[in-house]
Design a protein around this ligand. Structure first.
Ligand code: AVJ
Ligand code: FE
Length: 448
């Protein structure tokens, strides 16, 4: 979002907000209407909420922040606040709560949405006004919140046993030049602007913009593929203790990690389960469903390392010709289906080398979309960080416990995929749509 004058509020900015909310709701309904009440209230994995919890939680957050706080409207269902407070009840305990049944949950989110759209009609997006409404932030925040839960619900779908209920067209094939791409791209040494002060819908953890000096480095042109990951497995990578961080080794042994989640071997063939279907592991696709420890071990096995968060963002945003940071690898224009694999348009990553139109100035491809990419970095505050609008969105997660993921996967909408967006999770998590790419320091002569 560029800066908007109040006079522009009624047309462009409001229709963008309305469209983002509508897109999120279409996904939410698509992910919940395809299952029976029984499947919606079941817990498919102790890692996840019942889908009906996500559904009503989406509505409750919209009621709390958009309808009540920003809109100043009276509470609709204050009795639901405690039930759907993510901090009060860990995911594993949520099935035992007196949750709304699927139909009442649908009614509730619908009633909240009617009020949310009324608030939107009357809102003043004046950038100097109420910070929740400025540039339509709260509408963007709730669209992003819903889309993030839509991705979480997609992960629940992937964990669920039983026949497939979701369908989507196949992603585009790799273009003819994919096989000949250089393995890595050089990003020259120098400063770049990380984070943002000007993106109206950026969340608190993406702010403020600050200059970071990054030494020259080489970055994989594309995410690590299943074929490459299979070489690591075949070379005994899971048993190569020297490649694993000490905590990673402990976790590997306790959890019995031998391959990405959802993979198994039959004879010489590796198979995987994907949204209720069994298929051979496709060799040219970015690896997905690996934890941070596996990504880190692979990188060490390859004689490389994971990129830092700053290295990832510089590759994705820095335009050396203009000396400025872009919103996306390809420029500032919103993603189209030619740029990136986003929005659950396809239910798998595209082959490595796809989306040439989405390439960064360095030549790196698929930085946005396809798979989240683990970085080497802990989730921490940028210098000058201020929690907004609540500490529990980001601040309480800062620290060495969580690793940053960048780029967004096929499962997230463009409203949560931009060069500055930061995701985070525990280094043991594998149910998220996470892969990675690797990096190495450039030698002094290569600094560019
Ligand atoms: C940013 C994806 C880690 O799912 O826990 C959802 C997003 N925050 N509701 C999460 C979020 C509050 C968050 N992640
Ligand atoms: Fe939430």
């Amino acid at each position: 979002m560029t800066s908007l004058k109040p006079s522009e509020t009624p047309t462009s900015a409001k229709s963008i907000a309305r469209a983002a909310l509508a897109r999120a709701r279409r996904r939410t309904l698509a992910l919940t209407e395809c299952l029976t009440d029984e499947e919606l209230t079941a817990q498919h994995s102790p890692l996840m909420s019942p889908l009906v919890w996500d559904l009503a939680h989406i509505g409750n957050q919209e009621e709390l922040w958009l309808v009540r706080r920003a809109g100043g409207r009276p509470a609709l269902r204050p009795d639901l606040d405690a039930l759907y407070d993510a901090f009060r009840h860990p995911r594993a305990n949520r099935p035992a709560l007196p949750l709304l049944a699927p139909d009442p949950a649908r009614d509730y989110v619908g009633e909240v949405r009617v009020r949310a759209l009324e608030v939107l009609e009357g809102a003043d997006f004046d950038p100097d006004g109420d910070p929740l409404l400025a540039e339509g932030f709260v509408f963007g925040m709730l669209a992003q919140h819903e889309q993030q839960h839509d991705e979480t619900m997609l992960a629940t779908h992937q964990l669920r046993a039983g026949p497939a209920v979701l369908d989507a067209p196949e992603p585009p094939a790799a273009p003819p030049d994919a096989a000949g791409l250089p393995g890595e791209v050089l990003v020259a040494a120098g400063p770049f602007e990380m984070g943002t002060d000007t993106d109206g819908w950026a969340l608190d953890n993406e702010r403020p913009a600050h200059v970071v000096e990054v030494p020259a480095y080489w970055l994989d042109t594309v995410p690590v593929t299943n074929a490459a990951y299979l070489e690591f497995i075949a070379d005994g990578g899971y048993d190569r203790d020297d490649c694993w961080a000490p905590e990673g080794r402990r976790h590997r042994d306790e959890a019995g990690l031998r391959a990405p989640l959802f993979w198994w071997r039959e004879g010489d063939t590796w198979l995987r389960r994907r949204f209720g279907r069994t298929e051979p592991v496709p060799l040219d696709e970015p690896v997905v469903h690996v934890c941070w420890y596996e990504a880190d071990a692979y990188a060490r096995w390859a004689g490389r390392r994971l990129p830092s968060e700053a290295e990832w963002e510089k590759a994705a945003r820095h335009d050396p010709a203009e000396g400025r940071s872009r919103r996306y690898p390809w420029g500032d224009a919103a993603p189209t289906p030619e740029h990136a694999n986003l929005g659950q348009r396809h239910l798998r990553p595209a082959p490595a080398g796809a989306y040439p139109a989405g390439a960064a100035p360095s030549g790196a491809r698929q930085l946005l979309g396809d798979v989240w990419e683990w970085t080497a970095s802990d989730f921490t505050a940028y210098p000058g960080f201020a929690a907004f609008p609540y500490r529990e969105y980001s601040e309480v997660f800062f620290g060495p416990g969580h690793k940053v993921l960048r780029g967004g996967a096929f499962g997230v909408d463009e409203v949560v995929a931009r060069g500055t967006f930061r995701n985070w999770d525990l280094p043991i998590r594998r149910q998220i749509f996470a892969g990675f790419r690797t990096a190495r320091d450039a030698a002094p002569g290569e600094a560019g």
